[in-house]
Design a protein around this ligand. Structure first.
Ligand SMILES: Nc1ncnc2c1ncn2[C@@H]1O[C@H](COP(=O)(O)OP(=O)(O)OP(=O)(O)O)[C@@H](O)[C@H]1O
Length: 840
C-alpha cells in the first residue's frame, strides 16, 4: 500500500550532526542510535567514469583515464585550443571503459549503505552530457545491473543482519520533467504535477509523493521495472533511449529501537540526471528542444548552485529550479554525497567532457554537514490535572498559557493552517514528542508550552470565563493579523525599492551605452594596431576618468543602500538578468579604466564585483585570473590573448606559438613551458610540463579549488538560444575558452576599427533578448579575450575536433549516427527480475 512520503517528513524529528566522516558501520546488535553530534563537514566525493565507444562512434584518444602506481588516477583531456596541452583532473575514483558495474558499486557505493543505516541521508547522482552513460551506470541492464538495483539489494542484505531492531524499507520514485515533478509510481496518464514544499524544519519534500513499503528485492524489482516505463525517454541522434527528465529514486530505511523507543531514518537518493544537450548534435525536433531547454536550464542552475557554494555566497539559488531545490540537501546540506561524472569518449565530446569535469572540480569543494535523523518515540507526558485535552488551534495555545477546565476544548482555529503543517501538528496527539521549534512560529513550540507541567498552586487562577477567553482570542487574532499585514507591507516596500533600484541601474547602463555610441559617432575609434599589444581597450576610453568615477560612486551607493536595507537581500539577487548584466558591464567598464591606468588592485576589485553580477562569464573569469596573477607578482598586465580571425591559420599559429605558452600562477612567475616542471597554486591548480609519459605534451593538472576561470561551469544555455532562428545559441555558452585561464596564448590578432564600429546600442539591445553574456560580440573584440565575430572556429571546436569537423552546413550529416541495431542489453523495463543475492 502506498503511503504519503511526506508523512514522515512532517513528523517532529531531531537531527544531529553526524560525527564520523568515516562512518563506521554500526554493529548488527546495535544500530547507530549512539551516534552523537560532532559537527563534522563532509565533502562530496567524486568518481569519474569514461564509457566505451558505442557502435558507430569514432574511436580516438580524446579523453583518457590514467592510473598511476601510487594508486592515484586522473582523467586527461587535451586542451581544445592548444592540443599540445593536456588538462588533468585527478579524482579519488576514475574508471576506464573496461570498468564494470560491480567494480564501481563495490568501490564507491557499497560503503554508503552503512551510512544510510546510521540514519543519514546519502545522495548518489550521475552527471554528464547526453549519452555519456548515466542511465547505464545508475539503472544498468539485465545482464549488467547498475547502482540502483545493487544498492537496494545491499540495503536488504544489511537489513537481514539486524536482530534486535525493527526495520522497514520504502521506495519513492519521481521524475522532474520540464521543471515539474511527477510520481513515477503512479500511472503516467494519471500522474498529476506534484508541488515541492518545505516543512518547518527547512526540509524540502514533494507533497503527495507515494512511498511504497518493500519487503524483498523481488518486490522492488516489480515496482521499479513498472515505474521505469513511466519515465520520459525519447530517441535523439546521440542516444536512442535518451532520458528526457531527471529521475530520483529514494529508499527510506526506518530503524526502530523498541527498548529505547527511538527511530532512525536513513535515506538513499539515487539520482539519474538528464544529460546536457547540444541541439545541433542531438538533432532535436521542437518538442525535444523544449525538453532539452528545460534540462539545460536546470543543469545550468545546478552549476550556479555549486558556483555559489564555492564562492561562499550568502544566497544560493536553490529555488531557481525544482532539481536544485530537491537536491538542496545533497549540495551544501545535511546529506552525504557521491557525484559520478559520466564521460563520453572522443573529441566529439571533448568540450562537454571538460565542462563535466569542471563541474566536478567545483563540486568536490562543496561541504555538507551530515546529520543523523533521529526520532524519539516516547509517549507525550500527560498533564497531571484532570483537564480536557488542549485545544488544537495554535492561537488558542498561544494565548492561553494553560488550558482551563472551562475552555472550549475543540474550538477551531481562527487562522488557517497549511495542510502540511496541520498534519505535522496533528502529531501532537500521536506518541511522538514534538521537537522544539527553532525560533519559528511553529506549532511545536506552542505544544511544548502546553507540555510543561502546571505550577500547582497557581492552578486556581485559571478560571477564565468564556467571555474572557473569547476576548483574549480576539485580541490575539487581531495582533496576529496586524503582524502579518505589517510583514506584507514591509515586503511590498522592499519589492518596490528593489524595482526602483533596478530601474536606476538600468538607466545607468543605458546612459553608458548612449555615451558610447555618441563618442563613437564623434570620434573615430583609433587604429588598434597602434595600441600597445594586449592593452584592454575600453568602450569609454576617453570619458572614463569622469564617468568612471561617477558610475563607480553611483554603483557603490546602490550597493550600500541594499546592504543597509536588508542583509539578506543582496542587490545581485534582486536584479533582473538584464539589469545584472548591465550592472556587471558597468563594473567591467570601470575596471578597464583602472586597469589601463595601472591601478590593477582596484581594477581587480571591480572585475570581481562585476563577476558577482555575471558569474558565468568566462572571459571575465579569465580576466580576473590574469589580473590576480599580475597583482600577486607585481607585474604589469600582460597582453590579452587574441585569436586570429581566419580559422584556417589558427592551428598552425597555435602549434607555432605553443612552445612560448606560459601558465599563470599566483605564487610563481609565469613558468615557461619548455622543459620545466613548475607547481603553481592558482586556485589549487598546478601545471606539469615535460612529463615523460606525454613527451611533447604539456599537462595542466587541475585540483580542487575554485578553478573558476578555466572552463565554463554551466552547461550549454538553453531555451530561447536553442531556437533555430537564434543562431547564437547553445554554442556560445559552451564556447571553448582561449587557451584557458591557466595559459596565455601568444597568437595575436589586432583589432580593427570596423569590428568596434559594428557595435551600437541598438544591437546590444537586440542581443540582450537572446543571451545574457556580459559583452556583445564587438565588446569581445574590444575587451577581454576573444577577437573575431562570430567565433565560428570556436563553435566548430565545440562540435568536435576541428580536424574532424566538416563545413558547418554538412555538420548534421557528420554526427555519428547511433546504431539502431545496437543490441546491447535491453533497458530495465525489459528485464526479468533477477533473484535476490544473484549478481552477475
Ligand atoms: N560503461 C558502459 N559500457 C557499455 N555501454 C555503455 C556504458 N555506458 C553507456 N553505455 C551505452 O551508451 C549508450 C548511452 O548510455 P545512457 O543511455 O546510459 O546515457 P545517458 O547519459 O543516460 O544519456 P541521456 O542523458 O541521453 O539519457 C547506451 O546504449 C548504453 O548502453
Amino acid at each position: 500500500m502506498a503511503r504519503d512520503a511526506t508523512e514522515q517528513l512532517n513528523q517532529p524529528e531531531t537531527t544531529t550532526s553526524f560525527s564520523s566522516p568515516a562512518f563506521p558501520p554500526p554493529p548488527a546488535s546495535s544500530p547507530a542510535l549512539g551516534c552523537r553530534p560532532m559537527a563534522n563537514t563532509y565533502k562530496i566525493k567524486i568518481a569519474a567514469r569514461l564509457r566505451p565507444p558505442i557502435p558507430g562512434e569514432l574511436v580516438d584518444d580524446g579523453v583518457q583515464v590514467e592510473h598511476r602506481d601510487d594508486g592515484t588516477s586522473s582523467i586527461s583531456v587535451p586542451n581544445p585550443r592548444d592540443l599540445t596541452q593536456v588538462f588533468k583532473f585527478p579524482f579519488t575514483s576514475c574508471y576506464d571503459p573496461a570498468a564494470g558495474q560491480e567494480e564501481i558499486f563495490e568501490n564507491d557505493v557499497r560503503p554508503l549503505i552503512d551510512i544510510v543505516y546510521n540514519g543519514v541521508t546519502v545522495t548518489v547522482f550521475a552527471y554528464g552530457v547526453t549519452s555519456s552513460g548515466k542511465t547505464h551506470t545508475m539503472q544498468g541492464s539485465r545482464s549488467e545491473p547498475g547502482i540502483i538495483p545493487r544498492a537496494v539489494e545491499a540495503l536488504f542484505d544489511r537489513q537481514s543482519g539486524l536482530r534486535r531492531y525493527r526495520s522497514e524499507l520504502a521506495v519513492s520514485y519521481m521524475e522532474i520533467y520540464k521543471d515539474e515533478v511527477y510520481d513515477l509510481l503512479v500511472n503516467r496518464d494519471n500522474a498529476p504535477k506534484l508541488p515541492v514544499r518545505e516543512n518547518d524544519r527547512g526540509q524540502v519534500f514533494v507533497a503527495n509523493l507515494s512511498a511504497i513499503p518493500i519487503d524483498s528485492m523481488a518486490e522492488f524489482e516489480r515496482i521499479y521495472s513498472q515505474a521505469s516505463k513511466n519515465r520520459s525517454v525519447a530517441s535523439t541522434n546521440l542516444n536512442r533511449a535518451s532520458s528526457r527528465s531527471h529521475a530520483i529514486l529514494t529508499v527510506t530505511v526506518t530503524l526502530t529501537d523498541p527498548t529505547e523507543n527511538k527511530t532512525l531514518s536513513g535515506k538513499l537518493n539515487l539520482v539519474d540526471l538528464a544529460g546536457s544537450e547540444n541541439n545541433k548534435m542531438t538533432g532535436n525536433d521542437p518538442s525535444r528542444m523544449a525538453e532539452s531547454s528545460a534540462i539545460n536550464k536546470s543543469l545550468s542552475t545546478l552549476g550556479q548552485v555549486v558556483h555559489a557554494l564555492n564562492k561562499g555566497h550568502s544566497r544560493i539559488p536553490y529555488r531557481n529550479s525544482k532539481l536544485t531545490r530537491l537536491l538542496q540537501d545533497a549540495l551544501g546540506g545535511s546529506s552525504v554525497g557521491l557525484l559520478i561524472c559520466n564521460l563520453a569518449p572522443g573529441t566529439k565530446f571533448r568540450q562537454d567532457t571538460l565542462n563535466t569535469l569542471n563541474f566536478a572540480v567545483h563540486t568536490k569543494n562543496v561541504e555538507n554537514k551530515p546529520v543523523v535523523n533521529e526520532k524519539d518515540n516516547k509517549p507525550i507526558p500527560k498533564p497531571h490535572f484532570a483537564a480536557p485535552p488542549p485545544p488544537p488551534p495554535k492561537l488558542v495555545a498561544a494565548v492561553l498559557p494553560l488550558p482551563s477546565s472551562s475552555s472550549h476544548g475543540g474550538r477551531p482555529s481562527l487562522v488557517s493552517v497549511p495542510p502540511s503543517r496541520s498534519s505535522s501538528s496533528s502529531s501532537s496527539s500521536s506518541s511522538r514528542v514534538p521537537r522544539p521549534s527553532v525560533g519559528g512560529f511553529g506549532m511545536s513550540s506552542r505544544l511544548s508550552q502546553l507540555m510543561q507541567p502546571p505550577p500547582p498552586p497557581q492552578a486556581k487562577t485559571y478560571t477564565l470565563t468564556d467571555k474572557e477567553i473569547d476576548e483574549r482570542i480576539a485580541r490575539a487574532v487581531e495582533a496576529e493579523v496586524a503582524r502579518r499585514l505589517a510583514e506584507h507591507a514591509i515586503e511590498r516596500a522592499r519589492e518596490e525599492e528593489v524595482r526602483r533600484e533596478e530601474e536606476v541601474a538600468l538607466r545607468l547602463a543605458e546612459e553608458l551605452a548612449k555615451r558610447d555610441v555618441k563618442r563613437k559617432g564623434k570620434a573615430p575609434v583609433p587604429q588598434h594596431e597602434s595600441l600597445p599589444s594586449g592593452t584592454l581597450t575600453p568602450l569609454m576610453r576617453r570619458e572614463e576618468d569622469v564617468s568612471g568615477d561617477e558610475f563607480k560612486k553611483r554603483l557603490e551607493e546602490l550597493e550600500q543602500k541594499f546592504e543597509h536595507s536588508s542583509r539578506e537581500v543582496q542587490m545581485v539577487d534582486v536584479l533582473s538578468p538584464v539589469s545584472r548584466k548591465r550592472t556587471g558591464r558597468a563594473y567591467v567598464s570601470l575596471a578597464r579604466t583602472h586597469s589601463e591606468k595601472g591601478n590593477l588592485q582596484l581594477a581587480l576589485e571591480l572585475y570581481r564585483k562585476a563577476e558577482t553580477y555575471v558569474p558565468d562569464n568566462i572571459k571575465l573569469k579569465e580576466r580576473i585570473i590574469e589580473i590576480e596573477w599580475a597583482v600577486k607578482n607585481g607585474r604589469a598586465l600582460e597582453p590579452s590573448p587574441k585569436r586570429p580571425k581566419k580559422s584556417k591559420s589558427r592551428k598552425t599559429k597555435d602549434s607555432k606559438h605553443s612552445s612560448q605558452t606560459s601558465i599563470t600562477s599566483e605564487e610563481s612567475a609565469r613558468p615557461s613551458l619548455k622543459g620545466e616542471s613548475t607547481h603553481t597554486s592558482l586556485h589549487d591548480a598546478h601545471a606539469t610540463v615535460g612529463d615523460p609519459s606525454t613527451s611533447s605534451r604539456q599537462e595542466v593538472a587541475v585540483f580542487s579549488g575554485s578553478f573558476s576561470g578555466l572552463l565554463p561551469l554551466s552547461p550549454p544555455k538553453p531555451a530561447r538560444s536553442a531556437s533555430p532562428s537564434l543562431p547564437l545559441s547553445p554554442t556560445r555558452a559552451t564556447r571553448p575558452t582561449s587557451a584557458s585561464a591557466t595559459s596565455t596564448p601568444t597568437s595575436h590578432c589586432p583589432k580593427t576599427a570596423a569590428s568596434l564600429a559594428a557595435t551600437n546600442a541598438s544591437e546590444l539591445k537586440e542581443k540582450e533578448n537572446v543571451r545574457l553574456d556580459l559583452t556583445s560580440d564587438a565588446e569581445d573584440d574590444e575587451g577581454l579575450v576573444h577577437v573575431g565575430s562570430p567565433p565560428k572556429r570556436a563553435i566548430d571546436e565545440m562540435q568536435g575536433d576541428v580536424r574532424e569537423t566538416p563545413p558547418r552546413h554538412k555538420k548534421a550529416a557528420k554526427v555519428a549516427p547511433v546504431d539502431e541495431t545496437d543490441a546491447g542489453d535491453g533497458p530495465w523495463e525489459q528485464w526479468q527480475p533477477f533473484e535476490l543475492g544473484k549478481r552477475r
